[in-house]
Design a protein around this ligand. Structure first.
Ligand SMILES: [Zn+2]
Length: 416
């Protein structure tokens, strides 16, 4: 890569998230990292050699961190929503057909995320199949490789297989992309494989992603071993344990600070919240997917009160209308009555905390990677973060910068 000189990104407003808003603010970038954040005046004077990218009527925010997504789905032909198990049955039925277009869908999903100001993508796919498209996209991110033990062998063989697979996926990756393991869900991965995967990945110092307490059908499966999910998989030998999915996940050792649990939408009780807080597991909130699949509303305000780390996730295009994390966040802001600043934090630093990467990204701070989005909005003083979320949700991202490199520029695109 050629040596790049310093660049100053400046705008009418800079929202660093971890520090107060800055009018006529600027971010100085050197070698992909943030060297300083301040006013344009101070950074401009001190760095006359820097190239200036100035958006006087725009706002600079940290890039969105998508804490839970699936890249390999496409818009327009999702299975019917309304019920999680009906939707999942439709999805499984179409897996053979889907193979022919998964790569194309992953490319398009990643591109859509980038054009909506996303800079980090936590993606889950079977055996990490969407890793090539994530790498190609220019995003920073993690592929969580899902494994399905019934396709592999004994729990020991299944876990050995996925650990080796992830090692293989990691070979030759760019600096800011990595691969980890996902234990897909309580109804697809048996307890012994789940427990072994959790232990093994923790021994290795790896991270883990899971889906948890997503749907009414999952609750019924775990508690009683019956219902739509038991019907689909025709194997309910480990369901019916008589406890909540959260308590079950704790009992098979899945919950830890290095784990991120997606959804937590249905039936999360006060007792479950206590378990989440005590184990230190993080959460990914996907309100649009939850609504589409009839899964209820995740008690995110209660999680935040208890100190649970929460990020936002779009999920994939078969359960969600877009890969725009700011659009997802706007729904959460309305649903929970959050201030804009809380929403912006969930979309950026909250996701970085949840994924264990807060030292690297999620806010505009010296030392972190220069991951930022420029939004075409010049907000007033009342709730500027909310105005920025609304604008970005509506497609007003002008530029997306990952590690100091502009991976999207709307002006350039318009000019052809
Ligand atoms: Zn998901």
């Amino acid at each position: 890569m050629p040596e790049r000189g310093p660049t100053i990104f400046a705008a009418g407003l800079v929202l660093p998230v971890s520090a107060p808003d800055i009018r006529d603010g600027a971010v100085l970038v050197r070698e992909g990292r943030i060297a300083a954040v301040g006013t344009l005046e101070e950074l401009g004077q001190g760095n006359p050699d820097a190239q200036l990218r100035y958006f006087p009527h725009g706002t600079i925010v940290p890039g969105a961190v998508n804490a839970h997504a699936h890249l390999g789905f496409r818009r327009g032909d999702a299975p019917e929503g309304g019920s999680f198990s009906t939707w999942l049955a439709g999805l499984i039925e179409r897996l053979p057909e889907k193979e022919s277009w998964t790569a194309e869908a992953a490319r398009a999903s990643a591109r859509e995320a980038i054009e909506a100001g996303t800079t980090f993508m936590a993606e889950s796919s079977p055996y990490g199949e969407c890793l090539p498209q994530l790498v190609e996209s220019g995003l920073a991110g993690t592929v969580y490789a899902e494994f399905f033990p019934h396709e592999i062998g004994t729990p020991e063989e299944a876990v050995e297989f996925i650990v080796n697979k992830v090692r293989e996926l990691r070979e030759g990756l760019p600096e800011r992309v990595d691969a980890q393991v996902s234990v897909h869900s309580p109804y697809t991965v048996d307890p012994e494989s789940s427990r072994l995967a959790a232990r093994r990945t923790r021994e290795l110092g790896w991270r883990l992603a899971i889906h948890l307490s997503e749907s009414p059908e999952e609750l019924e499966f775990v508690r009683q071993g019956t219902g739509g999910l038991a019907d689909i998989f025709g194997r309910n030998e480990w369901g019916g344990v008589g406890v909540s999915p959260v308590r079950y996940a704790e009992s098979i050792e899945l919950l830890a600070p290095s784990t991120i649990a997606a959804h937590l939408a249905t039936g999360v009780s006060e007792e479950d919240l206590e378990i989440l807080a005590r184990t230190g597991v993080a959460a990914a909130h996907c309100p649009r997917s939850n609504e589409f699949l009839g899964c209820g509303v995740s008690p995110v305000p209660r999680m935040l009160e208890r100190g649970v780390r929460v990020g936002m996730g779009t999920d994939g295009l078969w359960s969600s209308p877009s890969m725009n994390l700011f659009e997802e966040t706007l729904v959460a802001v309305r649903l929970h009555g959050f201030e804009g600043a809380t929403g912006l934090e969930l979309a950026t630093l909250g996701g970085a905390r949840a994924l264990g990467i807060k030292a690297e990204t999620g806010s505009l701070e010296a030392g972190k990677w220069a991951d930022l989005a420029v939004v075409d909005v010049d907000p007033g003083d009342e709730d500027p973060a909310r105005e920025v979320i609304e604008a970005a949700a509506g497609g007003a991202v002008l530029s997306t910068v990952v590690g100091g490199v502009a991976v999207y520029d709307s002006a350039t695109e318009t000019a052809g």
